[in-house]
Design a protein around this ligand. Structure first.
Ligand code: ADP
Ligand code: ASP
Ligand code: MG
Length: 420
């Protein structure tokens, strides 16, 4: 069996849904199809939950109307009149939730509202496939994908999830299941989410549980490119990548695949195909257990919105294990993610994602350390660098910090225009 995952861009309008249906139709074998919220609907739901939490009823109404009319328009274009009520039950549930008082926990409320994006999209696609005689079963993944209660970044209960998925996705009465990415639930049936862009990860979880032949994720790009084409227009497709390389790239910030996706696939040696939903016949990129002996050219990753923090012990003690342990604890307590670190005898620097808690972390660090920080930074990684690649990318950039190892060159630079 195979698992296919379609992101928001692939189902952003009626034409997109028809295209996805065409791709699904091509494969006449057991399949689980995972779908994200349509278009930019997750962003819209994020605005909705914020208005709900802030008790801003006017914005709530405006955003909800926008969400409803977006889906309604798509349904009108897609279906004959008889299927018009296809999302009515979900909209009633959404209204019930919005009419209730929020709790004090924003992350919990987020997970009770934002998943409607995935519930709506899969309900529509499943109904459409049935209408065009692609018989399928809609699955509420929350009954199978069980997590802890870390809202907005839930951790998977692998044993329970694998068992439930094997039981319920048995292909006894259907060849095709349609289900949601990104969402799960606790043992108490409270909805959780796996973090933004988490639908790729859902695909990998299902592939792992069911020992799939492979997972394919369908994007608006030809495959994994050697840079984000929105940043570096000359980006080229990479035909094959090892699991190892793919994890390195997602760690450095390549946004094409959710970072948690690779591990479950690697653990069971399940290949990941990254393919274009615009050109489904084309080869795409294969990520598998290849020994990365083939020589990869330079791969570029840009991480925006960075802050560089530098710490020195006030008492001039060396930066030793105890200091490092203190610093890591403070950063972790404030949920700050380290993207690069450097140390010398009296100084320790980290490049971290911008985050609302940085100020609080600096206050804590200042008790024992002198702290300097630079905001408006960007982190550039050049994997498999060459001198020519470094020259091209770094031309005219103001470098604030750098780290060069055998395979990877990394630079913290001041934010400025990129012109290639
Ligand atoms: P999805 O529709 O599955 O959510 P995303 O929009 O999250 O897809 O991911 C696809 C986008 O990732 C592309 O449109 C591209 O702009 C961006 N991207 C960033 N880095 C890369 C890369 N190295 N290769 C290909 N695409 C990349
Ligand atoms: N819809 C969710 C998001 O936009 C999950 C995903 O698309 O992967 O983050
Ligand atoms: Mg996405």
């Amino acid at each position: 069996m195979r698992v296919l995952k379609f992101g928001g861009a692939s189902v952003k309008d009626a034409e997109g849904v028809e295209n996805v249906a065409g791709i699904v139709k091509q494969f006449n074998q057991p399949m689980v199809v995972v779908i994200s919220a349509m278009g930019k609907m997750t962003n819209a739901f994020e605005s909705l939950v914020k208005a709900y939490f802030d008790r801003d009823f006017e914005t709530m109404q405006v955003v909800k109307d926008k969400i409803v009319s977006y889906h309604q328009l798509l349904i009108n274009e897609l279906f004959s009149e008889t299927s018009e009520g296809v999302i009515d039950d979900l909209l009633i549930k959404l209204d019930e939730k919005l009419a209730s008082e929020p709790s004090l926990n924003f992350d919990f409320e987020y997970d009770q509202i934002v998943p409607f994006g995935e519930l709506l999209s899969t309900t529509i696609v499943s109904a459409y496939l049935n209408e065009i005689d692609q018989k399928n079963q809609w699955i509420d993944i929350r009954k199978l994908l069980r997590t802890d209660d870390c809202y907005r970044d839930a951790g998977v209960n692998w044993e329970l999830t694998s068992r439930l998925m094997k039981e319920k996705l048995s292909f006894d009465s259907t060849r095709l299941y349609i289900t949601q990415g990104f969402i799960g639930s606790t043992e108490n049936n409270l909805t959780t989410t796996l973090g933004r862009e988490g639908s790729d990860y859902t695909g990998a979880i299902i592939a792992y549980a069911l020992n799939a032949d492979h997972l394919s994720i369908w994007k608006d790009v030809p495959g994994v490119l050697n840079a984000d084409p929105r940043w570096y227009p000359k980006a080229q497709k990479i035909d094959e990548l090892s699991y190892w390389e793919a994890i390195e790239l997602t760690y450095y910030g390549a946004q094409v695949i959710h970072p948690k996706t690779i591990k479950p696939l690697q653990n069971k040696k399940i290949p990941l195909l990254v393919k274009s939903f615009l050109k489904p016949i084309d080869e795409g990129t294969v990520i598998d257990a290849t020994e990365q002996s083939q020589k990869l050219g330079p791969i570029y990753v840009l991480k925006k919105n960075q802050t560089l923090l530098s710490m020195s012990p006030k008492d001039f003690s060396f930066i030793l294990e105890q200091n490092l342990s203190d610093i890591f604890q403070i950063l972790s307590k404030h949920q700050l993610k380290i993207n690069l670190m450097q140390s010398s005898a009296l100084n320790f620097s980290v490049c971290i994602d911008d985050h609302k808690n940085i100020g609080k972390a600096i206050d804590d660090l200042k008790k024992d350390y002198g702290v300097l920080f630079n905001t408006k930074m960007e982190l550039v990684t050049i994997r498999h660098y060459t001198n020519a690649a470094i020259e091209e990318i770094m031309d005219g950039k103001e470098i604030v910090d750098s780290q060069v190892s055998r395979k990877t060159a990394r630079y913290v630079v001041k934010e400025s225009e990129w012109n290639f």
